[in-house]
Design a protein around this ligand. Sequence first.
Ligand code: GLA
Length: 683
Amino acid sequence: MSPSRTPVKELSGNGKLVYGCDYNPEQWDSGTWQEDVRLMKQAGVNLVAINIFGWAELEGSPGEYSFDRLDEILDLLHANNIGVNLGTGTSSTPAWLTTLYPEILPQSASGTRAWPGGRQAWCPSSPQYREHALRLVDEMVRRYGAHPAVRLWHVSNELGCHNALCYCDVSAAAFRGWLVARYGTLDSLNQAWGTTFWSQRYSAWEQILPPRTTISTNNPTQVLDFHRFSSDELLGYYQAEADVLRQQSTVPVTTNFMVTAHIRNLDYWSWAPHMDVIANDHYLDHRLDAPTTELAFAADATRGLAQGLPWLLMEHSTSAVNWQPRNIAKRPGEMLRNSLAHVARGADGLCFFQWRASVQGSEKFHSAMLPHAGTDSRIWREVLELGGILETLAEVAGTTVQAEAALVFSWEAWWAHDQESHPSSDVRYLDQVHAMYAALWQAGITVDIVAPGADLSGYKLAVVPGLYLVRESESAVLANYVTKGGTAVVTYFSGIVDENEKVLTGGYPGAFRSVLGIRSEEFYPLPPGQSLTLDNGSTASLWTEAMRLEGAEAMATFTEGHLAGTAAVTRNRHGAGDAWYVGTVLDPAGLREVVTEAARASGITVLASPHGLEVVVRSGADSNYVFLINHSDEEHKYAAHGHELIVGEDVSHAVVIPAGAVRVVRTPNPVPHTTGLSTGPKG
Ligand code: GLA
């Protein structure tokens, strides 16, 4: 556990917001380095991540180190007052290592070993990998632990991006060790895993394997425990590197998280306490319906991991990435909106992957701060503009975001919810989370993302999407919160199993039945494309269930199908509070209505529809900063008074936010009554 968090603004070297990038000088000659540093200064870059993939350069053959070029680049950056986020360099193995020890290469569930040639091809449990990697880390910290340029240690890179789940024999042995520590006895493991089913009982620890490919389905608790183990195993590896660093250096240590839609293998709630700085990488995912809303969710979740304090965006992109089926370039102004959405939601620094676009390798079509086109380009002009705006917004550093609503999010529930052999493979955890988050986003409600069991007492509204797996202690927190006057909205397929994937019987949703005042006997998933109408005009799809009211009132009922006349959405007065249940997949407008009504009833002021205007407030001791991000094609105005920082003008009644633009208004703290959303486009 890290003793204390390092304020992100300290990493800029001047107490302002961090502006930076990944920099891969090994791809360029030293003449280019001079130009790079000159342009970095022009852009206002104050922190660069280097040596992320440096291992093969530094240790050309076993035990033979050559640090000359890294020395030179560190000194050059330092001489130009640019701080370094120093990679330990262990992310990708050199060819000699996997040639010497092919057993380092990870193995898939079906037994295929990965070949070298890509990146991150190492088994998280491999002793050979760990020994060699920690030896490099030791060399690094002895050489650079007190170098004045170094402001942050960057352990490995995106741990678990490709190698989170390894099924090799070494991993199997480590998994067994983890299980012994968790269960103590085989009897208790057999009970937790329900191994009486399908004759799966174990009579010796050696019989237990990772959930490798079977000819039918795996044991769900084994799969869940393998996820837990794999997350812990990589965290253990992070800690091993961090220990080596902390023994010889006082520079803060972190790694870059991937709180983003397509990565789910690490339970960052358990990782976060071990970081000196919470850092995230985020890329817009155009495979999603609403990439910008997902960005906001990821940023809020990262703030949750930072326990509300400012965090660092370690990577995002100036424009297109290279790893989606179609890599969509950002439109003019989109990079600024994306960047300031992160800042609005608590980031005290923005870094890009990467500084200069590569000309070789598989990422050569990934955008960068300095594109192939050079400085006579839209991207470069926008990079300069953003650098200037971050300078203008310096006073925002250190302020925090206040939210009246919380969304309970769980990586464990995600692993469990999306397992095979469930009522419907069309119903996915993250879809539930995103749908609920989008409803709140559209209603203009700022949300904190919290872990199951977190204290909810400071929130007016708590939403719980798809929390399929929940511990008794965690459901008790929600029940207690409602009893004491809180408002909760729980959605379908929540509260179904305990931490061992064991169904809570007596009617669904077992863990939340009493607080919700309902009881469901059976689930009736619908095929994609089919929808049912509710009496309030909303439509329901994909998921329905036969619900009986046990104290709750129906807020919407099915008008057709064999569940016609039964409840789809309910509300239950419980103690001094209110608990809503959404027992189907509502259309977005229908869900927004439910959430808005629950929010209003909870005492949250829900203002008129924002029409694509994202409004988030960061608060400091004397001032609030109202971030207004206009994602729409229409001009908006927003009632406020204070001083607008980006354009630099006083605001007496309202600020105008042109289509696609961002404005940040400093207002006295607390926000005066005149502040609020407009009812629509200016006019
Ligand atoms: C990740 C990695 C980077 C780079 C980017 C590309 O975030 O950390 O090294 O590969 O993706 O988007």
